[in-house]
Write a protein that binds this ligand. Sequence first.
Ligand SMILES: [Zn+2]
Length: 493
Amino acid sequence: MRKRLTISAALTAALLLTDPAGAATGAVGASGLGDSYYPQYGNGGYQVSHYDLRLKYQPATDRLEGTATLLTTTTAALSRFNLDFALTVEEVQVNGRKAGFARTGEHELEITPATPLGKGEHATVVVRYSGVPSAVTAYGFTSWQRTPDGGVAANEPESAWWWFPSNDHPSDKATFDVSVLVPDGTQAISNGALVSQSSRLGWTRWNWRQTKPQATYLATLAVGRFEIGTSVTAGGIPVFTAYSRDLGANAGAARASLERTGELTDWLSTLLGPYPFDTVGGYVPNTRPGYALETQSQIYYSPRIFAAGSNTSIVVHELAHQWYGDSVSLDHWSEIWLNEGFARYAQWLWSEHENEGTAQELADWTYASKPAEDPFWTVLPGDPGPDNQFHAAVYDRGALAVQALRNTVGDQAFFAILRGWPAERKYGNASIADFRRYAERVSGKPLGDLLQTWLYTSGKPAAGTSPAVRAKAVQEPKSWSEIKATDSAHDTH
Ligand SMILES: [Zn+2]
């Protein structure tokens, strides 16, 4: 569940894969990876294995200073390559030598090493930078959320550009060390485990470590005045929670929801397999927009999510993403159903567990409440397009597709698939086609027609309706309003 800010400028699909003029000394790395939704996101010619981000942030002025050290491996001989970044760059080094650099396009940083890089070479890239993220725009917006006591980076698909240079595409995942210096009395939150903190001369350094591969859009940074809590789940997973001291009337409901994180993680583990990361948690800063995002092992929730009261359903949704989206990541932004269809379906399973409506009842209600002429049915969950990437149909029709799969293969095979897929592709990337092959192998049933009907065909499918739908005997499940509250939180910027 998240909100994508509208990108008004048309994205160019032109990609420079090689530069004939540079052929003698290595090619120019592509300025984008050619993702059909966001062609300029990510870059060609290398992959990143680790980000080391050493940051200093002053909440009073929103000034961020940083040194990013990227461990990369080239996939081609390179005379030049790009990172994605929007702040002001002061210096770039490649393998310890000063490199040339230039800012181009909306978020491109072109880097020319002193000597060209060979194919398969390890290259250490150091970028020194600074800026006021809330004042920096790309495509006319900033993803950095300024708060009265700090700032927050948490958005999909783009948020990295405002706080660290990266190869910004989910197909290139890496481990992270994030070290943040903030004034004493202020807290800094990022992904993974808080490994240490120390104070000196009025500033406190917070050291965070994510040891499992993480997509750049799932990296988060929050600075502000938080109340921090730690615990351990019954299953042994360390839990970290943080609440802004400025949540007002939403404070109680936010806490009553996030304090269930450990219990819900253990419950999801019984369905989806062992929790894939070393730590789990969530934080609620004093931001204004109303959405949550499955930032890896440290989930972002805006306070407005809890304006109508506690909501464990959204905690289940974001936690389910830790398996479906974070550990197993899409390899292309069009494959978003692999994230949202399953995270929404986990909410339906939680409803079933809580006796607030079975998944089938939620499927029936979802199906029956949208008439055939509703434009909802024209959005294809399997390829919604960039403008509809987070349309309600990706979630609701996406979960209907999962229910149709369950009904087709039967509960035994379905729950084997639900649990087996995150193990099959743990810490990797995958497509819907990969999922189909896996589900067909486990179930022994051909699933092409089913997925074609529910994911790729415009119009309300006639197939998959249950006897209750045919008898027009569908009632609104008790959990419906809580699940829908996770939707209404969507577009409230
Ligand atoms: Zn989601």
